[in-house]
Design a protein around this ligand. Structure first.
Ligand code: AMP
Ligand code: ZN
Length: 113
């Protein structure tokens, strides 16, 4: 498996892991775009949102729950934060393993595009 995020899940390459449970793993983005920039991923290799089966869709809720806990830990709950799911080439997805960005700690742009 040459998926970089699967390798992080397996402990084969290092990452600053902040949270893990049976379903999801969260770590700091290697190229942070904000003071808090975390990635929350399912342990299971799901390439992108379009590959998410109905059976696996509760994982997205698990990812949001983990993100909300991490936002508290990072101290951005009051100031606010953004959760982003990129999907596919024009959606800006570079790593083909489903992931949610948690961005916070500065005023984010109103422009999403
Ligand atoms: P996306 O553009 O939505 O696919 O986001 C992929 C994100 O993964 C980018 O923000 C990268 O900086 C981040 N990234 C890539 N490789 C690593 C890594 N080894 N550890 C942590 N973050 C990574
Ligand atoms: Zn993977």
């Amino acid at each position: 498996m040459d998926c970089i995020f699967c390798q992080i899940v397996a402990g084969e390459i290092p990452a600053d892991i902040l949270y893990q449970d049976d379903e999801v793993v969260a770590f700091r983005d290697i190229n942070p775009l904000a003071p808090t920039h975390l990635l929350i991923i399912p342990r299971k290799h799901i390439p992108s949102l379009v590959d998410l089966s109905e059976v696996d869709s509760p994982l997205v809720g698990d990812m949001v729950n983990a993100a909300n806990q991490l936002a508290k830990r990072e101290g951005v709950t009051e100031s606010g934060y953004r959760l982003v799911l990129d999907c596919g080439k024009q959606g800006g997805q570079l790593v083909p393993h489903l992931h949610m960005h948690l961005l916070g700690g500065r005023q984010l742009s109103d422009a999403l595009g």
